[in-house]
Design a protein. Structure first.
Length: 364
């Protein structure tokens, strides 16, 4: 699997992406932008030639790269059929056209990563895929601005650890932040990791974070890349901070906003019984890929790889990660705290510690 990028779809926030021949600046813009961010884009009029160019590029990409080859060919044929039938002839707004294609791709694929985006600024022509120094600096700024995705770390009553992760940034930024977070919770009685607003990210950072939660190398999943026809086995590995291990209880909080790489983290830890999931079913976007240029002002996220869990032999595409304890998103933390404290009290042998645990439970 190649180096990873972060893409924030209009509907579902960040997903995992790999760099093909995409300009880094465009990928960063995609990651940073969501409705309401910054000044609105100015719409523009498009003609039949622009519509045809975008659809033909989309069809070609689906045929060549979509993770399910047969399905990609079928969707490509249907898009071309609809173009020939004049289905898009009345659309002259670039923004409306992008929305229409996104809706149709969603209908045809049921893939939550599939999306077309319109950009007022011209999308650069494909180059050799190597980002410039300026583009690397911009991406580094974005990741540091989000603290590598580690939003907060604290101790909860009863000496429970709590880490909120909003995304998994590239390891060059995420590694030190994850290590620091794990250091701060190293002496806690149990751990809660909050993924309720976690919007995906880099698979290598996901693997790094998971590695802290096991004592020995553990096979989490295999990732098949259709474009290269290759499969990578994903195992937990070494860590740079204190390892939390498997002996203490771990709870993960999820919501419908939990997507992509964050679902990967939750699904793997649930499948091998390392974590208890509390909250709501996640978004259901397992397939990763990259944003690709469709024309001067359009890009499309093309899913090109899929994970297969080492335990279940499946993934979470279209179904999401189903919690062990289904509760509303805003109740998930309280429920996890109570459940964790109730599990710890009977096994606590230190009278002073047991009293503190009982007090924390009573106060909830």
């Amino acid at each position: 699997m190649e180096l990873n990028r972060i893409f924030k779809p209009r509907r579902l926030a960040i997903g995992i992406a790999t760099v093909g021949a995409l300009s880094a600046a465009v990928a960063i813009a995609l990651a940073a932008q969501k409705p309401g961010d910054g000044p609105p884009q100015k719409d523009m009029a498009i003609d039949a030639a622009a519509r045809k160019e975008a659809i033909e590029h989309a069809a070609a990409l689906l045929q060549a790269r979509y993770v399910y080859a047969d399905k990609g060919a079928t969707i490509a044929a249907e898009l071309r059929k609809r173009l020939q039938a004049g289905r898009y002839d009345s659309i002259t707004s670039a923004d409306a056209f992008a929305h229409k294609l996104t809706d149709e791709l969603s209908e045809l694929s049921h893939d939550k990563h599939m999306e077309v985006r319109y950009f007022e600024a011209a999308v650069p022509e494909t180059g050799n895929g190597e980002p410039s120094a300026e583009e690397r600096a911009q991406e580094l700024f974005e990741m540091r601005w989000m603290n590598g995705g580690v939003d907060s770390v604290r101790r909860l009553p009863g000496n429970l650890g709590y880490i909120e992760i909003r995304m998994f940034a590239r390891p060059q930024v995420a590694t030190s932040r994850i290590a620091a977070a794990m250091g701060l919770v190293a002496e806690t009685k149990g751990l809660i990791i909050d993924l309720r607003r976690c919007h995906g990210g880099d698979p290598d950072a996901v693997l790094q974070a998971a590695s802290y939660l096991y004592d020995v190398p553990t096979h989490l999943n295999d990732v098949y890349e259709r474009y290269t026809n290759s499969t990578e086995k994903r195992w937990t590995g070494d860590v740079t901070g204190p390892r939390y291990g498997v002996q203490r209880k771990l709870y993960l909080l999820t919501s419908p906003e939990t997507i992509s790489g964050c679902e990967d983290f939750a699904y793997a830890l649930q499948a091998n019984h390392r974590a208890v999931i509390v909250g709501e079913t996640t978004a259901g976007a397992a397939n990763g890929g990259s944003p690709q240029r469709l024309g001067t002002h359009f890009m499309m996220f093309v899913p090109t790889f899929r994970p297969t869990n080492a335990v279940t032999g499946k993934d979470w595409e279209g179904v999401g990660v189903v919690p062990d304890h289904a509760v509303s998103t805003n109740k998930a933390l309280e429920v996890a705290q109570k459940d964790l404290l109730q599990a710890l009290i009977p096994i606590e042998t230190n009278p002073m510690a047991k009293e503190k645990l009982q007090g924390a439970l009573k106060d909830l």
